[in-house]
Design a protein around this ligand. Structure first.
Ligand SMILES: [Zn+2]
Length: 232
């Protein structure tokens, strides 16, 4: 919490004006700069999530979710080996964009809502918008997977990255293991960011933050597997 220097009233951690005397507490952050904030989540995640909680506008939240939706769709094509259904790489990319973008747009309010509800249930101090800001910027590693790893995967394996026969491991084992490992690390990194973001913005302890992140992941992975078996 922040204590007012004028009247000693205890204010919320992210209040900019004292609730009692209206005195100045801390600078307000009007907008989030996309690249600054993303970079900050790498360099100093706690500081980044503080800024995200303080920001009046949670800029780019929907945009980050849309990119993540596309990334998750590619991961789905890869995980469920849906390559046999598509004729070529460009065709697969078009499909991933067409399904991934709306998926991200839907996940944005749904995941933010669940995060907010779980955080409130745990005694945290989130609003829907803070939850949206925290979860969207936590997705940064998933977006790295799309922007940096996917082009390498497509260049190395072409369509084989999505196919079962041949399996990409059989085509180039070492490259496959490295890319698979990097993707796994990025997913773990996202998980850690959700924990740090939940703890920082929601003002709750580490244990509760881990529980909330784990529950969100279970809901998402459950949904992912459900959609996958449905598509099969
Ligand atoms: Zn005051």
């Amino acid at each position: 919490m922040v204590i007012c220097s004028v009247c000693d009233t205890k204010n919320d951690e992210y209040a900019t004006i004292c609730t009692k005397c209206g005195g100045f507490l801390q600078n307000r952050v009007a907008n989030l700069d996309l690249f600054d904030t993303l970079w900050q989540t790498i360099e100093n995640p706690r500081k980044a999530f503080r800024m995200i909680a303080l920001a009046e506008h949670k800029n780019y939240a929907l945009f980050l979710y849309v990119l993540s939706g596309i990334s998750i769709t590619f991961l789905g094509f890869w995980y469920f080996r849906l390559g046999e259904r598509f004729e070529s790489v460009p065709y697969t990319i078009v499909w991933a964009l067409l399904t991934g973008a709306p998926l991200g747009a839907v996940l944005c309010p749904v995941v933010s809502f669940f995060h907010w509800i779980l955080l409130r249930a745990a005694g945290g101090k989130s609003t829907f918008r803070i939850s949206m800001g925290v979860t969207s910027y936590s997705l940064m590693p998933i977006i790295i997977s799309l922007v940096l790893l996917l082009p390498i995967e497509l260049m190395t394996f072409g369509m084989y990255i999505f196919t079962f026969n041949p399996h990409p491991y059989a085509v180039k084992p070492l490259s496959y293991v490295i890319l698979f490992g990097l993707n796994a690390l990025l997913i773990i990194w996202t998980f850690l960011l959700v924990i740090i973001g939940t703890k920082t913005a929601g003002q709750i302890n580490t244990f509760k933050s881990i529980l909330i992140a784990a529950m969100l992941y279970m809901i998402l992975i459950g949904g992912f597997l459900y959609c996958g078996t449905y598509l099969y």
